[in-house]
Write a protein that binds this ligand. Structure first.
Ligand code: ATP
Length: 312
């Protein structure tokens, strides 16, 4: 049995530049992705018959072929036939439909785990190529750490590690945001002003504010980085879910350096100066939203992606 951890991600920066010109069903993005210590646990055991059996301790997660981890195992079986079946168990710790790429992290762990279990010797680039067939966030989840993600979000460049930055993550149990809904609504609202040519897109990228964030990252200047956080999805998700906007404000009012929604939401993350301050902020904000089903997790930025943690 192999046990892996599959870290979630947050977006420190997310700009929607326009249509992805090679295929306008997608969007052209500028993202800075960051792995965090909040992670699912994935256990893999070989089976003699060529089947995939998946279990999960969370009742809302599908255990059939709709599960992205199942799809990852099926992709590996089709690419490397004759290796036998696989039993997958997911310890779900990453909230679902949260903008934290939980499903993508699980899929990434299955790709990495089967590469080890089947002794395939695939490179990270080869694993990321397979991951890209499953979803735009999967390639990032494999290597984790900090990365610039361009194109559809799968054109990755590693960035300097951002280690041990203390984070709070807040999500209301009964609010989930569908990523397709978020993209569709963004297109309906802002599509008319999308950059239409490579030159226009480059200009929009230059003006988008990523440069300030990248510079702060390279200097490990956390206060400046906190001020440079940006997420275009906030413009459509926050008006639709006022409670999420209130949570974002509550983190800042409680003393966080900055707070922002991750991905298409609705999770809001906040940067704290220390673990002690994070605990204080957590208590204050939880009190403010008592009876509204708010979960708050403490986490840190994490310099890696999927990791094998045990082999039995
Ligand atoms: P992203 O940030 O990539 O948009 P997310 O965090 O918003 O992802 P997920 O938690 O990955 O969303 O999953 C969204 C939906 O995908 C869920 O409603 C669930 O039905 C389905 N799903 C498929 N596989 C998984 C999985 N392994 N874990 C969680 N959800 C999964």
């Amino acid at each position: 049995m192999y046990r892996l951890i599959a870290p979630a991600k947050i977006n420190l920066f997310l700009q929607i530049v326009g249509d992805y010109l090679p295929d306008p069903r997608y969007h052209e993005l500028v993202m800075v992705m960051q792995a965090i210590t909040l992670a699912d646990g994935i256990s893999l055991s070989p089976l003699s018959q060529e089947v995939i059996v998946l279990t999960c301790d969370h009742p809302q997660v599908p255990t059939n072929s709709h599960n992205l981890a199942y799809k990852a195992a099926a992709l590996m079986q089709s690419q490397f036939p004759g290796q036998g079946g696989i039993e997958i168990h997911i310890d779900k710790r990453i909230p679902i439909g949260a903008g934290l790429a939980g499903g993508s992290a699980d899929a990434a762990a299955v790709l990495v785990g089967l590469d080890i279990l089947w002794d395939l010797g695939l490179t990270q680039g080869e694993l990321q190529g397979l991951g890209g067939q499953l979803g735009a966030d999967v390639p990032f989840c494999i290597g984790g750490g900090t990365a610039l993600a361009l194109g559809r979000g799968d054109d990755l460049t590693p960035l300097p590690d951002l280690d041990h930055v203390v984070l709070l993550l807040g999500k209301f149990t009964n609010i989930s945001v569908s990523t397709p809904w978020a993209y569709q609504t963004y297109r309906q609202t802002y599509g008319a002003s999308y950059a239409q040519t490579p030159v226009q897109q480059e200009k929009k990228r230059q003006q988008g504010g990523s440069r300030e964030l990248l510079q702060a990252l390279s200097q490990k200047d956390i206060p400046t980085l906190a001020q440079a956080l940006h997420n275009d999805f906030e413009a459509i998700v926050l008006p639709e879910y006022p409670l999420v906007a209130q949570l974002r404000q509550a983190f800042v009012d409680a003393g966080a350096m900055a707070a922002m929604m991750s991905g298409s939401g609705p999770t809001v993350f906040a940067i704290a100066e220390s673990q002690g301050q994070a605990e204080t902020i957590k208590t204050q904000v939880q009190g403010q939203f008592a009876d509204q089903g708010l979960d708050i997790w403490l986490a840190q930025t994490c310099p890696h992606g999927v990791r094998l943690v045990a082999q039995a």
